[in-house]
Design a protein around this ligand. Structure first.
Ligand code: HEC
Ligand code: HEC
Length: 473
């Protein structure tokens, strides 16, 4: 048992059990090795929930005053509401989920005994679907830029010092659409100031970075991947998971000190299971979809053992950028040298691990990797930039909306994905930045919903059958 603080152990006990049940049966019959892995994995989850690896972003007083920056009529509603209700409203606005054991805290931030909130991996990597928290589900509601702007304006008023996010966001955009972030370019900007061993080196900042927003991938695929990210260039491994900690406050010694934590966090990631679709499935229709999937999709996306005798096989296939035809901002944003620097650094493991990982040539990827599709019903929106709101739209390239706006938490069980309002263009008239970010405008750079036209080889009936089959994965 490895709780950092005895009190937190108790606090997280019921929630841990609930999530363990969600993640399904595992480690059963594995004996002692299984028990040890189970313990390590629980420790990983507790670390994600409780440990602050970065300087704090804001304190409780700032969080509780955020409503004062809101537009009307929301502001007046918050003003008249009890503090618990105001906190709930704040979480909804910024795409945070209340902690099941203490709804005044959010799952996505580690909150210390001193009431200070620190962004964790879960900010982008733990979301909800239909109000359910599924372990490893990306957070498709996270409004990082809006939260940071409003935190900054409260801090100015309360005369509190700025933190690293408040400053960083003045230099680079955090995310221009809610639910997606410029996380890849944060990494590039931070890695520029490190050598191979992660010593801080002083270099002038770059102003030519190709900022673009990405949809975080589902973590339950981690165990199937040998290489990470949309262009599959970086080897998996616990050190690679630590890039997000590259703020200047964390020198090489902190990375060495925290390495063991990330062994546990990686153990937790590896045991995650894709969630089963909770709705009804038309078995006969899905059975008609299966051979179509095998003939039209499986060469890239693999097979899922959905019938006795069918293997579960994931080819991790990379498709050339011109063939896939999806938005190329992510592909173009990293120079070969930047990929090489990462794969040559401490993050890619020691020399033996790097040699074993077969990294030669990975610095010049040809396109995007076809992700595994298990649990795909849950991880809307789709494509690496999150530009396609539902599986139905993914299967109907010509019908994808130009602009879409999701309902706060609605799930569309017919089209399978986010419940959205579709628009031919951005609404006329001036929108506040927080309102603009609730719209996904596919005409903006890095946000195209084009490409992946493979489903067009299917008839309408066949698409309906494949959609049904996708529910079974
Ligand atoms: C600000 C949002 C954000 C935070 C915080 C964040 N990530 Fe991510 N993460 C992303 C995005 C976006 C991607 C996709 C990057 C890509 O494919 O190029 C990603 C990709 C990943 C992947 C690769 C998954 C795959 O299948 O390719 C892993 C693993 C991962 N993150 C782990 C972590 C861990 C561990 C932390 C905390 C130490 C963390 N992330 C913090 C946004 C975030
Ligand atoms: C030639 C290879 C190839 C074929 C064939 C193919 N796909 Fe894909 N698929 C990809 C790639 C590559 C991506 C990632 C593209 C991106 O994110 O820009 C992808 C993405 C997807 C996604 C979104 C995944 C996510 O997590 O966002 C879904 C769903 C999907 N494909 C379903 C299908 C279905 C269904 C078929 C068959 C009708 C199919 N694909 C055929 C290569 C392929």
């Amino acid at each position: 048992m490895a709780c950092l603080l005895a009190g937190l152990c108790l606090l997280f006990q019921p929630f841990r059990l609930a999530l363990a049940a969600e993640a399904g049966e595992r480690a059963a019959g594995e004996g002692r090795g299984g028990d040890r892995r189970e313990g390590e994995s629980q420790r990983g989850w507790e670390l994600l929930l409780t440990r602050a690896y970065l300087p704090a972003d804001f304190d409780q007083e700032v969080f509780d005053a955020l409503w004062t920056t809101w537009e009307e009529p929301l502001r007046s509603r918050a003003e008249g509401a009890p503090v618990e209700e105001r906190r709930r409203m704040a979480m909804e606005r910024y795409g945070l989920s209340p902690h099941p054991d203490d709804p005044s805290r959010s799952l996505q931030y580690a909150v210390g005994e001193d009431g200070r909130w620190t962004m964790s991996c879960l900010a982008c990597h733990q979301g909800q679907v239909e109000g359910r928290t599924i372990p490893g589900l990306p957070n498709s509601n996270y409004a990082l830029e809006t939260l940071t702007e409003e935190v900054r304006s409260v801090k100015v008023r309360l005369r509190k010092p700025f933190g690293h996010m408040d400053m960083g966001s003045l230099l680079l955009p955090l995310g221009t659409t809610d639910g997606t972030t410029n996380a890849v370019m944060f990494g590039v900007a931070l890695m520029r100031h490190r050598d191979k061993e992660l010593n801080v080196v002083s270099r002038p900042p770059r102003f030519d970075l190709a900022h673009h927003d990405m949809d975080a991938p589902a973590w339950w695929h981690y165990s199937k991947r040998r290489f990470l990210y949309a262009d599959a260039f970086a080897p998996t491994g616990h050190r690679m998971l630590m890039q997000f900690l590259l703020v200047k406050e964390n020198g090489p010694e902190r990375f060495a000190e925290w390495e063991e934590d990330f062994v546990a966090i990686e153990t937790w990631l590896k045991q995650l299971q894709p969630p089963k679709f909770p709705g009804a499935i038309d078995a006969a229709l899905a059975a008609r979809g299966r051979p179509l999937f095998l003939s039209h999709c499986a060469t890239c996306h693999g097979t899922y053992g959905s019938e006795p005798g069918e293997p579960a096989d994931y080819p991790e296939r990379i498709v050339a950028i011109d063939e896939i035809g999806t938005d190329r901002a992510r592909f173009d944003s990293l120079a070969a040298q930047e990929r090489l620097d990462l794969n040559d650094s401490w993050f890619a493991g020691d020399a033996t691990a790097r040699a074993a990982a077969d990294l030669a040539g990975r610095e010049t990827p040809v396109g995007y990797v076809a992700p595994p599709l298990d649990g795909i019903w849950a991880s809307a929106p789709y494509l690496h930039n999150g530009s396609v709101p539902t599986l139905w739209h993914l299967l109907h390239p010509a019908a994808r909306p130009v602009v879409w706006k999701r309902s706060p938490t609605g799930y569309d069980r017919v089209k399978m994905g986010l419940e959205v309002e579709e628009m031919p263009a951005m609404p006329a008239g001036k929108l506040l930045p927080s309102q603009r970010r609730r719209h996904f405008d596919t005409r903006r750079p890095g946000k195209s919903a084009a490409g992946h036209d493979f489903p067009d080889a299917l008839t309408e009936d066949e698409k309906t059958a494949v959609l049904e089959y996708l529910k079974t994965l």
